[in-house]
Design a protein around this ligand. Sequence first.
Ligand code: ATP
Length: 322
Amino acid sequence: MNKIAILTSGGDSPGMNAAVRAVTRAGINFGYEVIGIRYGYRGLIEGDFVDIRSSDVSGIIQRGGTILKTARSERFMSAEGRAIAANNLKEHGVDTLIVIGGDGTFRGATVIAAEHKIRVVGIPATIDNDLIGSDETIGYDTALNTAMEAIDKIRDTADAHDRLFFIEVMGRHTGFIALETGLASGAEMIILPEEIKNIDEIKSSLSEILKVHERSTLIVVAEGDEAGGATKICGQLEKDFSKYDMRVCILGHIQRGGSPTAHDRVLASRLGYEAVKAIHEGKSEVMVGVINNECKITPLQETFGKIKKVNLDLLSMARILR
Ligand code: ATP
């Protein structure tokens, strides 16, 4: 078959459109017909298929979000849902699927490939940067810059009032965004899921910082699970630090939107092209990534099997530089 289907799935990330564009144009160049599936795995089950021509992807390289839309699908988690999805692909004459998304998307792709002999190639696109096999995922750099610009603005108002701000950024299981935005914005403290501290440790670190620090204080917190989060941490510190004017700011979905940075557009273009090349070379159940500026192929299962580690040396460095 000379058809490639493509979908975007899970949380959106800036640069997904650039990847859709690259897959479409590289695919057509390699002689494939490209079919878009709207709303991720949900659309795969519901048969929401559209033909994509080269002109359909004009003017999208600079747009955030995804023209193919995205979704999370409970039904795809069941064997019955995946059988319907595979059947829809076969009815459209497609046996090759490129999935653009994060670890959940790749887990789903791995299962449907094994169950129904669908060829799959993954393109890593998530602001969390939590996939092994690529130094960076599409959208991470844009999210970093968006969060950093927001934190810079908070610094201005915090400085004006000598306030102490807890700023929550995205990253439930991994603190890539918190670590690098904290570093880039000169935050006085960074709290990561990789280095869980109990509230007493946080209190004593903060006391140390406030002893020598006389202006505004910014604490960047990864959203964390139920044990963490900026609101909860701030609430637990209110009593002990009552002489400070403390505020919480949750950056939230602002981090997902916006025009992708040049870095993300280039990364998405490279990975879209490499994904088509991988398919052309007969590869399947792999993810394309960039490591040390070279394109690399990693078995899909290895990309989400282990937790990708943040560089904790940067955290030690941030403590010296604050
Ligand atoms: P992000 O990291 O940005 O949230 P993601 O790809 O990890 O993106 P998820 O919501 O975790 O987003 O996964 C997307 C979809 O993949 C799910 O809604 C579900 O349909 C499918 N999926 C996830 N895990 C599995 C699994 N173990 N088996 C089958 N399908 C899965």
